[in-house]
Structures are given as C-alpha cells and as structure tokens.
Ligand binder design. Structure first.
Ligand SMILES: Cc1cc2nc3c(=O)[nH]c(=O)nc-3n(C[C@H](O)[C@H](O)[C@H](O)COP(=O)(O)O)c2cc1C
Length: 276
C-alpha cells in the first residue's frame, strides 16, 4: 500500500502527540495542522536575530486573532536588548532561555490604551473596572499570543511561553515602563531552534479526557492510560519514570509552588486594576 508523505507525517505527529496511544485518523490534514501538531516548546536558541520583517508578520498574525467585541485590549513588547533581557530573566526565575532567545516578547493585557481614548473624550469608563474587563484583556492577549506562536513556528522559528513574568509583575511593569492598568500576562522566547539541542513533542492526555460529548464526564481510565504512556516514554529516554501526575500535583501542591504568584490579587491592585 502506498502511503502519501502527508499521511506519513500526519500519522507520526499524531502518534507523538498522543504518546503512541490511540489517536485520531489523519483524514483531514494540511500545512496549518502540521505546524500546530508539530509544536514543542523550544528553550535552546541559535543567536541569529529575528528580523523586523518576521516580527512584523508574527504581530500581524497576532492581530488577526479574534478579540472580544473588537476591543483589542492587548499589547506586546519586543525586547532585544541583552541587558534588559538579563534583568527580565532575573525577575522570571532566572531562566536562561530568556537571555538566549534573540527576541523576548512580553504579552500584556492592556486596558490603558482604551482608557486613554475614553478619558480624552470625557467618556464614562465604569465598565473598565470590573473583573470581566481584565478577563477580556487577558483572554485577548492569550489568543493573540497563540496566533503569534503558530505563525513563528510556521516560519521555522521556535518559541516558549514564560509564565514566570508573573512571579514579580510590578518589577516587570517597572522594567518595561508599563502605565497603570497594563498587566504582563506571560513572556515568549522566540528564535531559531538550536539543532544541537532539539526539543521533543510532549504527549497530551488522550482525547476522551478532554473532549466531553454533550455533558461533562470525567474519564479516569484515560488518565491512567496517559500516565502509563508518559512513564514509558520517560523510561525510553533514560529519564526517571516520574509520570505526569506527580509533576502536575507538585505544581499545585502549595502556595510556595506558585513561585510568588500567590499574591496575584495584590499585584493586580498595585498595577492599577480596581477589581469590582
Ligand atoms: C502560559 C504558559 C506559561 C509557561 N511558562 C513557562 C515558563 O515560565 N518556563 C518554561 O520553561 N516553560 C513555560 N511554559 C511551557 C510549558 O511548560 C509547556 O508548554 C508544557 O510543558 C508543554 O510542553 P510543550 O509546549 O513542549 O508541548 C509555559 C506555557 C504556558 C502555556
């Protein structure tokens, strides 16, 4: 039987995504899906700069994401300066990838731009100060960022989100000169992946664990299958077979495991958000 190259690639990517376990048949397939299913976080970069033209296209993709009520309540700061990246890295768990990536993007929930427009027109801005509007900014920033991630990957770049910019949100805001009512949501390292340190695709939960049909139904069996698959892969890569569950629970175990983000409510208030 002849198998087309596209089917072969699709099958390989789906196999990796589900850790060799049962996965959807690649009956619908295209280049966008190939980019998306090929995602892996890249934390090792080559030093070549990301040209302005590439940054502009990545941001155009970000701006093409849907945005609640077309409010466009997000911004992004592109940091290339080595010293600023070093300071940001220090504030974000001292992560080497921030210093190494030729460009570090900081994605922002930005209510300040729309607020300034309203103030200039003496308009009522009561709705700005509700938790819902902060959600809108955070959701918009996340949707834009994920479009940017896919765009960057489609151009052969690698990326990794950096949630640790929320470890010290006020200090990050000061470093980036953020006005009040702008929240750093996460950072994103972007650059050419270092071929000497390739990143692997990380398998996800089986679909029945996340895809509920009509009504919610927990699927403990799917989680057991996943745990076994993750342990098998870890063993085959010569790592400790720690599985997924232990790491997931460690991350949720305590206030300390939030790495400073336990004070997010206070940080948000300090950044000028009145949460009603
Ligand atoms: C919002 C968010 C924040 C993250 N923060 C970090 C981070 O601070 N450092 C890091 O190395 N990876 C970070 N990651 C990457 C995740 O660890 C990674 O996506 C996850 O382990 C799955 O691996 P994969 O992206 O290779 O599939 C973050 C991912 C997301 C979505």
């Amino acid at each position: 039987m002849l198998v087309s190259l596209a089917t072969f690639i699709a099958d390989a990517l789906l196999g990796s995504r589900y850790g060799g376990a049962e996965h959807p048949a690649p009956e619908s397939w295209n280049a966008v899906l190939e980019t998306m299913l090929g995602h892996r976080s890249v934390r090792n970069f080559r030093p070549e700069p990301v040209p302005d033209s590439v940054l502009a296209m990545v941001v155009a993709a970000a701006q093409s994401a849907s945005t609640s009520s077309n409010l466009q309540c997000w911004s992004v700061i592109a940091v290339r300066d080595d010293e600023r990246k070093a300071r940001l890295s220090q504030l974000a768990g001292n992560q080497r990838s921030i210093r190494e990536a030729p460009i570090f993007l900081v994605w922002l929930a930005d209510l300040a731009r729309n607020e300034a427009i309203g103030r200039a027109q003496d308009a009522s801005l009561e709705g700005l100060h509700y938790l819902e509007t902060l959600f809108v900014g955070i959701i918009d920033a996340a949707l834009a960022a994920q479009n940017a991630a896919v765009a960057a990957e489609s151009l052969g770049l690698g990326m990794c989100y950096i949630g640790a910019v929320r470890n010290h949100p006020e200090a990050i805001a000061a470093e980036l000169g953020l006005p009040p009512r702008v929240l750093p949501v996460f950072g994103m390292c972007i650059g050419r992946p270092d071929p000497a340190k390739p990143a692997e695709i990380k398998p996800r939960l089986p679909q029945p664990a996340v895809l509920h049909l009509e009504t919610y139904a927990a699927q403990p069996q799917a989680i057991e299958t996943y745990e076994a698959a993750v342990k098998r892969i870890q063993q085959s890569e010569g790592q400790e077979a720690a599985g997924w569950i232990r790491r997931m629970l460690n991350r949720l175990a305590s206030k300390e495991s939030l790495n400073g983000r336990d004070r997010m409510r206070e940080a948000i208030a300090n950044l000028g958000f009145e949460i009603r």
